[in-house]
Design a protein around this ligand. Structure first.
Ligand code: NAD
Length: 427
């Protein structure tokens, strides 16, 4: 039962040490010694580092990192760390990657690291006139942006382009300026936000309007990655499997109910690598789903076709705003190790590897859905999770999971019964 006298008002909580925060939290929410010890163990992320990363830190949340094997990306053998709590995700990539090795693996390309920052201008009676006035100041805008981030400039990034749109809204027309910035090896959110804030007052002065929002767009459609893979018929089980997979793709592309799940499957792989590299998973998710809906209908991020030889071809194109500097990427030691395992030294290379994983993930999901169904493959790890959920410990987990699989019924109530029988039998 939760305590009724709890208060969420804890003055000075943010300035306490992590230890003091845990103690206060334990007092307020009745945490026992075991829970306190569990929270206090921050594993392979130093408590000082965690405390610098976010506010009010009381612990860390460890999730497994698995390594995807069998991948060849742009002719290079590569091992890819994936951070995920979901069973079957890593195994699926390994399987898919194995089946396209004989065709050379996955080829990738990218549009380069261009991010968009938006500046919202209100209160102009002549929006088209204002639009032109802003466009005339391109060189001044470029100078302001570049001066804002000399470090970015030193590394070859900086302002690249200017777009201004008149947007019709329920509040009347707004003039929206897009600053298009090469953010190099940074994801670039802070970088372009600072530029938008620096340019804002100038836009007000030029137009006589009022600037309100100055923030990046996560629809990073100038920062696209592409992955392409060929799966030979003999490696995937023949024409029937291919046709089933093509039909599964067409279903997803035509129906948002299916597309949401289809794209979620792609993001199983994408997000796991984004997370393992210390990047912003929400930024990538937001960009992916907005891009999937760019035609006005939410569609599949991938496209699947049969080639002239009858092989299955998979194509993935999506925004991929990931960095190697900034945010948690340089701070989190596991992220640093993940980059080392992958052998990537440019943000663009990382983005392309992530796309390759997303495509492989989608192949695996389509194949299993169009053949055996998803539950069979999930069964093994899922059965162990269910066994543990039922309270199985140590070797009991394997024993209960094996029995659940044998019965073909992976349910927690059955696991509890099996566990009771097992323990009863032992007594
Ligand atoms: P940042 O500001 O920490 O680092 C980027 C800066 O690093 C650059 O501006 C540049 O000055 C410097 N730099 C050093 N070496 C560089 C190199 N080789 N290439 C490019 N720049 C180099 O981080 P950021 O990438 O600007 O922003 C990322 C962070 O912003 C993430 O933590 C993200 O979660 C957060 N964020 C995201 C959103 C969003 O997605 N909507 C909004 C706000 C903040």
């Amino acid at each position: 039962m939760s305590k009724t006298n709890i208060t969420s008002r804890i003055p000075g909580f943010h300035s306490m040490s992590v230890e003091a925060r845990i103690a206060r939290l334990a007092e307020l929410t009745d945490l026992d010694e075991a829970a306190i010890a569990q929270l206090s163990n921050t594993g392979n992320l130093e408590v000082e580092t965690a405390d610098r990363m976010i506010e009010n830190v009381v612990g860390t949340m460890n999730i497994p990192v698995g390594v995807a094997t069998n991948l060849i990306v742009d002719g290079r053998e590569i091992l890819v760390p994936m951070a995920t709590e979901e069973s079957s995700v890593v195994a699926a990539v390994c399987n898919a990657a194995k089946q396209c090795r004989s065709a050379g693996g996955i080829a990738t390309s990218s549009s380069g690291p261009l991010m968009i920052a938006q500046v919202q201008l209100l209160g102009v009676s002549d929006p088209e006139n204002a639009r032109f006035k802003i466009l005339e100041r391109r060189e001044e805008i470029k100078a302001i942006c570049d001066e804002t981030d000399p470090v970015l400039l030193k590394f070859g990034g900086g302002f690249r382009d200017l777009e201004v749109r008149v947007l019709e809204t329920d509040d009347g027309p707004m003039v929206i300026t897009h600053l298009i910035v090469d953010t190099g090896d940074a994801m670039g959110a802070n970088a372009v936000n600072s530029m938008a804030e620096a340019v804002g007052p100038r836009i007000e002065a030029w137009t006589g309007g009022r600037v309100l929002l100055r923030i990046l767009s996560n629809l990073a459609d100038r920062r696209l990655v592409r992955a392409r893979g060929v799966w030979k018929l003999e490696n995937i089980g023949g024409a029937e499997v291919r046709d089933g997979m093509l039909s599964a793709f067409r279903f997803a592309d035509a129906d948002p109910y299916r597309a949401a799940t289809h794209n979620k499957g792609i993001m199983n792989g994408v997000t796991a690598v984004v997370m393992a590299s210390g990047n912003d998973t929400r930024a990538i998710e937001a960009g992916a789903h907005a891009f999937a809906a760019r035609s006005g209908r939410y569609r599949s991020l991938t496209r699947w076709e049969g080639d002239a030889e009858g092989n299955l071809v998979g194509l993935l194109e999506m925004p991929m705003a990931v960095g190697l500097v900034g945010g948690a990427t340089k701070i989190h030691p596991t992220a640093q190790t993940a980059l080392k395992i992958m052998g990537v030294s440019k943000a663009d290379e990382l983005a392309r590897v992530i796309a390759a994983v997303g495509l492989a993930q989608n192949f695996a999901a389509l194949k299993v859905l169009a053949t055996t169904g998803v539950q069979k493959g999930h069964m093994s790890l899922h059965a162990k999770n269910i066994a543990a959920m039922a309270g199985a410990l140590g070797e009991e987990v394997e024993l209960v999971a094996a029995k659940l699989k044998e019965m073909g019924k992976v349910r927690v109530d059955i696991a509890e019964r099996l566990l009771a029988e097992l323990r009863g039998g032992k007594a």
